[in-house]
Design a protein. Structure first.
Length: 122
């Protein structure tokens, strides 16, 4: 929330974070700026979504660094999106698997028994 506030001048009113062995998910509510709400009201939701995606690309390095510092883990992938009505954003950080050092083996292990294609190992 602090990073969003630093970049946009206002942070969301609510944030919920879930941290598991394989990922960190942050759900943000009420994150749109007053100007963005005005654009949405005038029918420019697509422009607001595009602008939000640009914000996320600009903030990516700092967001990933914050998660890596907090978790002590390397972030393998960062995904982000925003929904207009209701005003909900999601930031998802996929963490690099711990373990053997072989990313293919670690990735297979992190799927809880499912293969890389999602099929069950058996």
């Amino acid at each position: 929330m602090r990073l969003l506030r630093d970049y946009t001048g206002r942070g969301p009113t609510q944030a919920y974070t879930t941290i598991t062995e394989s990922h960190v998910i942050v759900v943000l509510r009420d994150a749109l700026l007053k100007a963005e709400r005005s654009l949405v009201k005038d029918g420019h939701s697509d422009a607001v979504i595009d602008m939000r995606r640009r914000f996320q690309r600009t903030m990516k390095h700092d967001l990933v660094a914050a998660v890596e510092q907090h978790t002590g883990r390397e972030v393998l992938a960062f995904l982000s999106d925003h929904h207009i009505d209701p005003d909900i954003a999601v930031e998802m950080f996929i963490l690099k698997p711990r373990g053997s050092g072989d990313e293919r083996l670690d990735a297979a292990a992190s799927t809880d028994g499912a293969g890389a294609d999602g099929s069950s190992a058996g």
